[in-house]
Design a protein around this ligand. Sequence first.
Ligand SMILES: Nc1ncnc2c1ncn2[C@@H]1O[C@H](COP(=O)(O)OP(=O)(O)OP(=O)(O)O)[C@@H](O)[C@H]1O
Ligand SMILES: [Mg+2]
Length: 588
Amino acid sequence: MTIRRLPEGLVNRIAAGEVVERPAAAVKELVENAIDASATRIDVALREGGASLIIVADDGIGMSAEDLALAIERHATSKLLEDDLVRIRTLGFRGEALPAIGAVSRLSIASRRRGSADCWSIAVEGGTAHSLTPASGGEGTRVEVRDLFYATPARLKFLKAPRTELDHAIDVVERLAMAHPAIAFTLAEGERTRVRLPAVSGDWETARLERLGAVLGRDFAANALSIAAEREGHRLTGFAGLPTLNRGTSAGQYLFVNGRPVKDKLLLGAVRGAYQDFLARDRHPVLALFLDLPPEAVDVNVHPAKAEVRFREAGLVRGLIVGALKHALAEAGHRASTTVAESALSAFRPNTYAAPLPGRPSRGLAERAQAFYAPLPGTDHPVAAPTETGPQEPSSFPLGAARAQLHGTYIVAQTADGLVIVDQHAAHERLVYERMKEALANGGIHRQALLLPEVVELDEAAAGRLLARAEELRELGLVLEPFGAGAVVVREVPALLGQLDATGLVRDLADELTEFGQALSLKEKLEEVAGTLACHGSVRAGRMLNAEEMNALLRQMEATPHSGQCNHGRPTYVELKLADIERLFGRR
Ligand SMILES: Nc1ncnc2c1ncn2[C@@H]1O[C@H](COP(=O)(O)OP(=O)(O)OP(=O)(O)O)[C@@H](O)[C@H]1O
Ligand SMILES: [Mg+2]
């Protein structure tokens, strides 16, 4: 074996493998270049999800003929002014994107420098550069990428369906657009415009919220808390969704470092940590956070697509994010509680009797006891009325007879030798899953038509993902049809769910489909799907149940296999034996 230097074309193709791993990656590089060139509008056009054609046109500063010839050469950049990688203020800095794209496609660039009369163009095909030719065009730059990966057939084979590639490209453009509200963006695929974001003016914070709302939906703008915190030159701003605005995946988390969209593990971990006390483990907040820090405090040169970064003060960054989010959430007054078997017991603490306030004549014990038990004047019953024992003799059922519902979430039942607390939502989720499994095995899930079909507004990508799986969803009892751009209409729902929040359900399913990918059928993911369905069915947390409904749920749980825990492993009920209770009161 002898060592040889690889020819430049091959070197570029190898580099391209890292930088341009799919059409959306090329879109990202080209749009970033346009942003770096101070464009005020950027228009993207794709064909076949970008596989056969990508056009990115901007009205930025453009390039002179000499610059244009250099731009396609490897390691040629106008952005590293100081020959060091410490103070990077642009999105690009490596001088690698254009030659990498040119190595694996048919690339042509036309550009006219601002204030110049001449427009020039240059082309590169599979790594071979052609000479400059005069062209026509306005100020700015227009880049065309045809037949991406034609020069690397191995990579071509890994391309996903155009739909999927398109979704990725839309995501890329939307993420960049969130950080740059003053720039107008469009993205069209074939004849259809998929993204249209007009430039937003006004003060920075308002402009940004408006742009975020345009991308994430009006829901977000209305349900987001403003975040602003600073520590040692690290500034965190943005908007964090209330815990109630949660999703099935972390796809709704948009994080930016110095204006650069990242999917950084440290940042995602900090977000998870901050919301931990407010959300169930399988739910994810929606938010857009912008971290700005001195360029020298972050290394952006650690990931081929620049998606991850490294912080000099990782602990500081984490602390800043967790602190700012927790503070905002606590101020919003939202809290979530969890019930786990062990902690239930330790939470039952003997109540120390409060001494009478000084200066107040102390009343007799009997009198105080009476005042304690009497209903408060003018208040509604905070709990469901106690049920008649009647046929629900406590001793006859393992989960006992329902006595009350607390906080719209927990059913308290009396058993022969203790009490049971049921998390009604978790229990329902389990029941839905088991019944769907059974119904599928026995020839299908019953559907129920909605009297008023419900229109659900989504974004294009989400609607597309759902409709692509409409056939499978129908089998699971959910009938969806397209309804104009970016919306679907829900016509039928699984009968076993009862009343249903169709909008919430459809949104969550769309989120989940991103996570499942194409490889798995929904039946293989039935647990997750059933969990999502149950989340929006009639027994969700927060719904008042009457005695009959509560007892019905208990009886169904007894009759259902694996009903002791929900689909995500949380217990569906905890039991306290009388003996435990007696121990708490020192009777044993
Ligand atoms: N849309 C554009 N408008 C004006 N100049 C551009 C544009 N696109 C590229 N250039 C010029 O071409 C050079 C090379 O672009 P390229 O994307 O290959 O590298 P880069 O942006 O410098 O670094 P990176 O590889 O990190 O993206 C840029 O430094 C810039 O000067
Ligand atoms: Mg670049």
